[in-house]
Design a binder for this molecule. Sequence first.
Ligand code: FE2
Length: 313
Amino acid sequence: MNRMSHAEIETKNLCDVVTHALGRAAKRPEVTSFFDEPTNTASHVVRGPTSGRCAVIDSVLDYDAASGRTATKSADKLIAFIREQGLEVEWILETHVHADHLSAAPYIKEKLGGALGIGENIRVVQDVFGKVFNAGTEFQRDGSQFDHLFIDGECFTIGDLDAVALHTPGHTPACMTYVIGDAAFVGDTLFMPDYGTARADFPGGDARTLYHSARRVLSLPGATRLFLCHDYKAPGRSEFRWETTVAAERAHNVHIHDGVSEDEFVGMRTARDAQLGMPKLILPSVQVNMRAGKFPPAEGDGQTYLKIPLNQL
Ligand SMILES: [Fe+2]
């Protein structure tokens, strides 16, 4: 009798979710995306064609770094859409602890409900950045700020849509890809084919790990739709785009198309990352996002502050 390894079983289940959805319209999500130009972030509302239930993936809280002022204009657009459509929010999902924008997850949850989920390795990220920000004992590093911590290969549903959470580390240790019907929400694991992949040099990031995660996503059926968290317009392209397919990435991704070896990728990624400055909102973003989008506790004067650790990153 042939026995399948755990990895083979998992890949089979994943591909089943996608191929089943490719063959049945009722299992294919409708995706409405909202692009935030100041942070180049695409947020997605994912719904089944029939159930009226949805998930919100990677929402944005507006933040003006000069004034330290937050705003909910972007999140309010998303909330208005969900209300207009009469949808019920089942999940508010984060693909990872973002370093370039603040999450609006707590605000959306307060307005619309839904369970807030992220990958279980959030604990690793909380441990690393808890130290970076000297967060003290008030800051729990067990992921308890979230409603649900997904493990690799975990199945879940959004109304009548089938979904699988896939651990795709490399950009950060907690990065997840959410495969929902025939669509995969890859966070920062892949960018558009003409732009490549995300950096892997944040604390806990690793280019070799990113290679394996990206190849794992690219082992899904070629027709799988991929929805990205960011776009920066590649040179020569005049529009922002955040949707592609596995087949397009395998044929054309400038960093990781079929035929690029692990060592070639790691060499390219490491050299490129060495040239990059830190994202301008990394310190406010991570400080808030490691707390599931909540602000640090107010100080004695009732005011909330963010810290700037000097000479750490
Ligand atoms: Fe990111």
